[in-house]
Design a protein around this ligand. Structure first.
Ligand code: PLP
Length: 439
C-alpha cells in the first residue's frame, strides 16, 4: 500500500485519525470555543448567515439548502483552489478533506467514520442501497404506501431488474386517529417469515407524519431474536427530514441503515448526502458504482483485492465529484453542532407548534399533520376549503410567503418552519392564511 493509501485506510477504518484533523474538528464543536464563522448570539443572527432573500418568508427552506456563511466560504475556498490548480489542489486536499467530512458527520451522528458512505443525495443513497442489497430467492422487501418517489422508484427498479419481491403495507388508517402504537403494530403484523428488508421514511414529506423509528426498531429486534443472521430483518430508513431536525444518536436509533441528503435541513452543500450503516448490516450492501477512494484505487493499481476494505468505502461512489461542494460538508455539521442538536430540535418544534395551533383554530383550514410532536417534526400539511393547494401556494407567494405543494398523488399545501424563520414570520403567515377565507 502506498503511503497515501495507507493513511486513507487508517482514516476510513477509524483506526487512526490525523491528530491535527481530530484536534481542530473536535475543538470547534465546543460551544465556548466557537470559531467566528459559527458564532451567533440569537436567531436573527443565525438567519443573517444565510443569503436568503430578506423580502421572503421562507417556509420551504428544507427543499434545497441555502448555504450558510461557513459552508459558502468553504465552497469558495475549494473552488478557487481547484480552479487555480485542479490536480495540485485535489492531490493535496482529497484525503484530508474527505477525512474531515467523515469525522464531522460521525461526530454529529454519534457513529464511527467507517460506518458512513458519502453520496450526492438521498436519492443516490436509496438507489445504490436498495439496488444492491443481497436478497435470497424467498426473501422480500417490505415497504409502505407512504414513501417518497425515490424510495418507491428505487424499489420498483430493483424488482424489475432482479425479480425481487416488494410488498407495500399501510402503517395507519387515518391521520386523524394515527398513533405510535398503531404504526408499530401495523409494521409488526406486516412482517412475515419472508421479510428480509423493511424500507420506510422517518418523516413523510407527503403529510408531515413522523414515524416512531426507535419503537419500530425495537419491534424488529424482538422479531429478529428468533432469526439467524442470514434471515434477520434489516431496517432501512430514509431520514432526510429528520437529519438536522431530530435530536438523536444514530447508534442508539436501532435501524440498520439511515439514508439522507445533507442538502436540506442540514444546510450542507447542494449535491451532498450520506448512507450510515451499522457495522453488522454493511455486508448485506453491494456497490454498483466504482468507488474512487484512494485505498481501493491504490489496491487496484497493485493488482490486489480491495475486498477487505469497509463496505462503506465501496458504497461511496466515484468518479470525480463537485469537490468544492463535497469538501465543504464538514462545515454544515459544525454549524449545527455549534447551535446544539437539542436547541435545533426545540426551535423547530416551537415554530411548528405555533403554526399548527394557529391553523387548527381556523374553520376554513384542515390541518393534516398531527399536532403531537411525537408524530410530527418540521413539516406541516394543510388544505384551505374551496382552494386548490397550488392556488393557496400561489396566493401566499404573492404575499411573499414561500411554501410548496406536496409532490405526491394526494396534494396538500406544505409549510415547513425551520431555523431560518421567526415567530413573527409564523404570525404573518397565519394572518395571510386567515385572510384567504374572504379572498
Ligand atoms: C422523503 C424524501 N426522500 C427523498 C427525497 C429526495 O431527496 P434528494 O433530493 O436528497 O435526493 C425527498 C425530497 O426531495 C423526500 O421528501
Amino acid at each position: 500500500m502506498t503511503d497515501i493509501g495507507r493513511r486513507g485506510f487508517l482514516v476510513r477504518t477509524g483506526l487512526a485519525l490525523s491528530a491535527a484533523v481530530l484536534a481542530s474538528a473536535s475543538s470547534r464543536t465546543l460551544a465556548n470555543q466557537q470559531p467566528s464563522p459559527h458564532r451567533f448570539t440569537n436567531w436573527e443572527d443565525l438567519r443573517a448567515k444565510f443569503p436568503l432573500s430578506p423580502q421572503l418568508i421562507h417556509l420551504a427552506a428544507f427543499f434545497l439548502a441555502s448555504h450558510p456563511a461557513p459552508v459558502r466560504d468553504a465552497i469558495e475556498r475549494h473552488r478557487a483552489g481547484l480552479d487555480a490548480d485542479p490536480i495540485g489542489y485535489w492531490s493535496e486536499h482529497e484525503e484530508k478533506q474527505e477525512a474531515k467530512v467523515l469525522l464531522a458527520a460521525a461526530e454529529y451522528l454519534g457513529s464511527n467514520t467507517a460506518d458512513i458512505a458519502l453520496t450526492d443525495s438521498t436519492t443516490m443513497g436509496l438507489g445504490l442501497l436498495y439496488g444492491g442489497l443481497k436478497l435470497g430467492n424467498e426473501q422480500e422487501i417490505l415497504t409502505t404506501t407512504h414513501d417518497h418517489y425515490s424510495t418507491e422508484t428505487a424499489l420498483r427498479l430493483r424488482a424489475e431488474r432482479t425479480g425481487a419481491m416488494v410488498r407495500q403495507i399501510h402503517l395507519y388508517r387515518s391521520l386523524k386517529t394515527v398513533s405510535r402504537d398503531e404504526i408499530v403494530e401495523s409494521l409488526r403484523k406486516g412482517i412475515t417469515p419472508m421479510t428480509r428488508i423493511v424500507a420506510v421514511t422517518w418523516v413523510h414529506s407527503s403529510t408531515g407524519l413522523k414515524l416512531p423509528i426507535h419503537e419500530m426498531a425495537q419491534a424488529i429486534q424482538t422479531i429478529n431474536r428468533s432469526r439467524d443472521e442470514q434471515n434477520r430483518v434489516i431496517f432501512c430508513v430514509d431520514g432526510v427530514h429528520a437529519l438536522g431536525v431530530e435530536d438523536f444518536r444514530v447508534n442508539e436509533l436501532g435501524c440498520d441503515f439511515l439514508i439522507a441528503g445533507t442538502h436540506k435541513w442540514m444546510f450542507g452543500p447542494r449535491g451532498t448526502g450520506l448512507v450510515w450503516g451499522q457495522p453488522k448490516a454493511w455486508p448485506i450492501a453491494r456497490a454498483t458504482i466504482p468507488t474512487f477512494s484512494s485505498q481501493a484505487y491504490d489496491l487496484w493499481m497493485e493488482n490486489k483485492s480491495s475486498k477487505g476494505l469497509p463496505q462503506s468505502v465501496h458504497m461511496t461512489p466515484g468518479g470525480f465529484h463537485s469537490f468544492e461542494h463535497r469538501w465543504a460538508l464538514d462545515e454544515a455539521f459544525l454549524f449545527h453542532q455549534a447551535i446544539g442538536k437539542s436547541k435545533v430540535t426545540q426551535r423547530i418544534y416551537e415554530l411548528n407548534q405555533q403554526l399548527k395551533q394557529g391553523l387548527a383554530a381556523m374553520p376554513h383550514v384542515t390541518l393534516h399533520t398531527p399536532m403531537s410532536q411525537d408524530l410530527s417534526a418540521g413539516i406541516v400539511c394543510l388544505e384551505v376549503a374551496g382552494l386548490a393547494p397550488r392556488t393557496v401556494v400561489e396566493k401566499l407567494r404573492q404575499r411573499n410567503i414561500v411554501g410548496s405543494v406536496t409532490p405526491y398523488a394526494t396534494k396538500y399545501v406544505r409549510l415547513a418552519p425551520s431555523l431560518v424563520n421567526s415567530s413573527e414570520e409564523i404570525e404573518m403567515t397565519l394572518r395571510e392564511i386567515k385572510n384567504l377565507r374572504t379572498a
